[in-house]
Design a binder for this molecule. Sequence first.
Ligand code: ATP
Ligand code: MG
Length: 420
Amino acid sequence: MSDRTIDADWLRGEALQGILSALSEGGEEARVVGGAVRNHLLGQEIGDIDIATTCLPEETVRRAEAAGYRTVPSGIEHGTVIIVADHRGYETTTLRQDVETDGRRAKVQFGRDWEADARRRDFTVNALYCEADGRIVDPVGGLADIETRTIRFIGDPEHRIREDYLRILRFFRFFAWYGDGRPDAKGLLACARLKDGLAGLSAERVWAEMRRLLEAPDPGRALLWMRQTGVLSAVLPESEKWGIDAIAPLVAAEKAFRWPPRAMLRLAAMIPRTEEHARAVAGRWKLSNAERDRLIDWAQAPEVTAETSEAALAKLLYRSKSHAVADRLRLALASARAKAESNPEWLETVAALVRLVRFAEEWKRPKFPLTGADMIAAGHRSGPAVGETLRALEESWIDSGFTLTREALLERIPDPAKSG
Ligand code: ATP
Ligand code: MG
């Protein structure tokens, strides 16, 4: 037990205290572990609350339900049960020690030994436990690494990576979020040596980890070290020749303009802007349909430059995917800002792009004022010709900068007698 304690509202929460107490009766124990303890000690917002307990999974379910909580057996064979209380899910895992690993999945054995449970976790800062009363238990020296913001493998890094190659990506993910200075040298070396093992991981696990890395407030330094060690090329060969030079300017622009950090835009910034590359990444990482479309839309978005007029931009926004056009403008603006730092000639470009980004963000898709019903009312018979005529009228409306009124457009509907 360390002297440090946690004094926080989330820990005093009725649901959490209720669960910890139900799982601690009769000689059993339960503690909060993982991200919540780590983030709290780092002074950062906490996400999910994970719990570790000596109770066997069935016993966890029994006690939680007896205390009036709902449970979801999300990975019960690995000892994990989600306890739902107060609209929150508490991932509750029986203490375990790994007995056999194949580099991807671990066979587990349940145990009662908190130190053994700590040793099978990945990094020291992730193996801190917190008792219901706030006292912190630190079996592997996580507190010292919290102080220096060091992401350090528990035990021998190479050995730990061979057990689960995803830990390479987790090393950089946690460094991106919580690390400071240079990454731990031994960890870095082990990642560089064993990066080929990443090829055996499932696409879903790689993308889930990469997405969270790319969502960090500033993933720039982590990505640099990933490139340095060859890890980035191993998972994202598209970034190899292209590089990650666009990341720092993008992050700087996000801060300056308060754009929310978006993993997809950062990913886009790291790959060549072609549909082929977008499809390759989407396929390899099994992106969701929405994510895939987003990446492909961006790759297909038409060219926009600082010279593009607002009128021309409005037409581009109407004719293509407006969010993709806006993303292209944002990346162009980020890059122009970086250039302007060393060359003031770029300042004019920056100013023009700022205006265009704002225009794109405020733009609302105008509604074409005519419909097929207007054509029928004018005496046309429904059929493909109606659609064609409507599209031609829509084109003239776009060309007018969306200024042609409904009345003007109605007058332009061709006479059915003449058009046959
Ligand atoms: P966050 O949820 O905020 O991203 P976390 O540390 O809670 O961070 P999870 O992925 O929820 O991360 O995992 C919970 C805990 O389980 C970790 O803190 C770590 O102790 C352990 N863990 C998760 N994945 C692994 C892994 N691949 N190898 C070893 N330990 C792991
Ligand atoms: Mg967690």
